[in-house]
Write a protein that binds this ligand. Sequence first.
Ligand code: GRF
Length: 213
Amino acid sequence: MEELRRTSRIAILASGVGSNAEAMLKHFAEGSGADVAEVVWVCTNRAEAKVRAVAKRFGVEDSHLKKVDIQKGALLEGLRARQVDWVALAGFLLKVPEEVCEAFAGRMVNIHPALLPKYGGSGMYGMHVHHAVKEAGDRLSGMTVHLVNQDYDEGDIVFQGEVEIAAADTAEDIANKVLELEHRHYAQVLEGLIRLAHGWDVRDNTHLKSHTS
Ligand code: GRF
């Protein structure tokens, strides 16, 4: 598998803290992901986003692009200039422009903190999701990795991980359980997709299998 080494280039799009970005940077710098890809760019729409410091810590280029510029083509330009192959959204709160969705169809993933198709769509992000799950009295939540298309949270689902919710769990408890699951699986799932795209058999590993913790 030597020929697979670092053939793919990943960009991470994020707007906030970047804990998933951090797990991904780590996985592709030091984990099994380092055999197949590297993160070459972290791009944010918020100048002060904490994820920028995370990127710097890993020695990865970080940029801030304004919403208006993203909408005018700067994101696609930036991805092309850096010869990016795969895009991972990790808490990116802007709608991805149509031309980026088209250019990266099947090669752009997002992570959502619930078991889609439940609790998805416009306005369903962050704690809004976990409060809705709590209010509904669900005993199961989790995380979903899906391909990104024009519609919020509606792309094909490639992976779901589940967590049980205890009756006493608050929305914050649910958020913590789900976040832990995200950190554990997101980068691993992207690695699995990249390996599949290269035609490497993934039947014997756990990249694309669902787990209940
Ligand atoms: C995660 O919960 C993810 O599911 C959602 O945004 C959150 C990002 O958190 N899309 P972080 O910035 O990675 O800590």
